[in-house]
Design a protein around this ligand. Structure first.
Ligand code: SF4
Length: 211
């Protein structure tokens, strides 16, 4: 089937059948914004269909783009460790991103992450809303400022409001914390350990809510 041209909304690429496998297959052909052009593939969300918690990051990174799965690169490995420390089984969760294609710019031979803009986030939002509607999580956890502001508004500040519960029309509750990649970018080992402990503390709060 020929690809549809850019439309500005992922909703125009929705499948007839509303199931996660059908959405994942349809998203593979999405061209609703320009990010598909330089990415390897769409990285759709993954996890338990009936997960009580749905984590939302910003976008796939370099490894995720190459392999096609969310949260498997360095930040994903840190995320797994932190979840384990908090007593949360990743296989019982659903993980996804606000934007499903890797946005990057070249630096030498490396592909460096570039923040998606408001138009790209808006174009991709129907995929995220479809995932939330099908999984029906008890709580959505936004990882990092891009996801938090997409879900809780542009004035939301992760530094000040992390770990708090907010009621939402998308799920009973939304909570935000940092993105694990920000911990990897900490300027020194001591700061990194401190930020890791704070991240695990947020996840432990989440674990208590989930019980
Ligand atoms: S980033 Fe989202 S809206 Fe843009 S092409 Fe990829 S899947 Fe479609």
């Amino acid at each position: 089937m020929p690809h549809k041209s850019s439309s500005g909304s992922a909703g125009n690429f929705f499948p007839e059948k509303h199931s996660l496998p059908a959405f994942r297959a349809a998203a593979a052909d999405c061209k609703a914004c320009d990010l598909w052009k330089r990415a390897t593939q769409t990285v759709f969300g993954e996890g338990r269909r009936t997960a009580a918690v749905l984590f939302v990051g910003e976008q796939p990174g370099n490894e995720e783009d190459l392999i096609g799965k969310p949260f498997i690169g360095p930040a994903g490995r840190l995320f797994d460790t932190a979840l384990e420390e908090a007593g949360i089984d990743r296989s019982q969760t659903y993980v996804t991103n606000v934007v499903k294609h890797f946005k990057w710019e070249p630096r030498g031979k490396r592909r460096i992450h570039k923040k998606p803009n408001a138009g790209e986030i808006s174009a991709c939002r129907p995929w995220l809303e479809a995932e939330i509607a099908l999984v029906k999580p008890k709580i959505i956890v936004a990882l990092g400022a891009t996801a938090a502001q997409a879900l809780l508004g542009p004035k939301f500040r992760v530094t000040k409001q992390r770990g708090q519960l907010f009621e939402s029309t998308l799920a009973p509750y939304i909570m935000a914390t940092v993105h694990p990649s920000s911990i990897l970018r900490a300027p020194d080992v001591e700061t990194r350990h401190l930020e890791h402990r704070q991240f695990v503390a947020d996840l432990k709060r989440l674990a208590r809510i989930l019980k």
